[in-house]
Ligand binder design. Structure first.
Ligand SMILES: *Cc1c(COP(=O)(O)O)cnc(C)c1O
Length: 223
């Protein structure tokens, strides 16, 4: 992919975010664009950093560890977000490497993260993933279990959860899934909503997303 195409992708996504915010009567500064760079090499990521993008998302600890420390050292002020499934035995590396974790989905991970946050004195922002479509193959807490899980995070593990994340089923209209996630967040006093990908981020912004996770619309199709 050419550098030009990458820049065009980022600029187009930024314009769409501004338009969606205007339509929804929201301040564009209330929406963080997480540029999902998974599978892309640093030579493709660098022009996007040069164009001013500061927040990036990866879905694998090993890949992020291989790619990002060098980029972060060269470009102070970057934020790295973990958006993919996280194994409890990677909690130590995840707390050290990421500024936010979007994929908290079970008590054992809470326990491991709480231990590492305490040990490292470093606290990434934390999102609980909600499996809004109750899809068996997908990670996340079922909507009917969300309130109890959030209480457990707080009371049993002493974890402050900042927001919720969802990935709607691929074959359904996303709006009801975004609305359900926003409703669960609202009644639990959570301010952050990680929702919306390349295909549906304007809808997510209309439903209150504070973090949109956009990959292919910025970087092109993944190989
Ligand atoms: C890959 C990925 C994205 C980005 O998907 P695109 O359709 O390329 O924008 C967003 N969220 C998660 C959890 C992902 O794994």
């Amino acid at each position: 992919m050419s550098t030009l195409a990458t820049d065009t992708g980022l600029a187009a996504v930024r314009r769409e975010i501004e338009r969606a915010c205007r339509d929804a009567g929201r301040d564009p500064s209330a929406v963080t664009l997480v540029a999902v760079s998974k599978t892309f090499e640093p030579d493709v990521i660098l022009p996007v950093i040069a164009a001013g993008q500061r927040v990036f998302g990866e879905n694998r600890v090993q890949e992020a560890k291989a790619k990002w420390p060098a980029l972060t050292a060269q470009h102070p002020g970057l934020e790295l977000h973990m958006i993919g499934p996280l194994q409890s035995n990677k909690a130590k590396e995840a707390v050290a490497l990421f500024d936010a974790i979007h994929s908290i989905d079970r008590p054992s991970l809470c326990e491991a993260l709480a231990k590492e946050i305490e040990k490292q004195g470093r606290r990434p922002r934390l999102f609980v993933e909600i499996n809004t479509g109750a899809e068996p193959q997908k990670a996340g807490i079922l909507p009917q279990d969300a309130d109890a899980f959030l209480t457990q995070c707080r009371e049993r593990y002493g974890l402050t959860i900042d927001g919720l994340m969802c990935i709607p089923p691929a074959d359904e209209a996303p709006a009801p899934h975004f609305a359900l996630t926003a409703k669960i967040a609202g009644r639990n006093g959570l301010k952050l909503l990680s929702m919306g990908m390349s295909a549906d981020f304007p809808v997510a912004i209309a439903m209150g997303a504070t973090h949109v996770r956009v990959g292919s619309a910025i970087f092109g199709a993944r190989g």
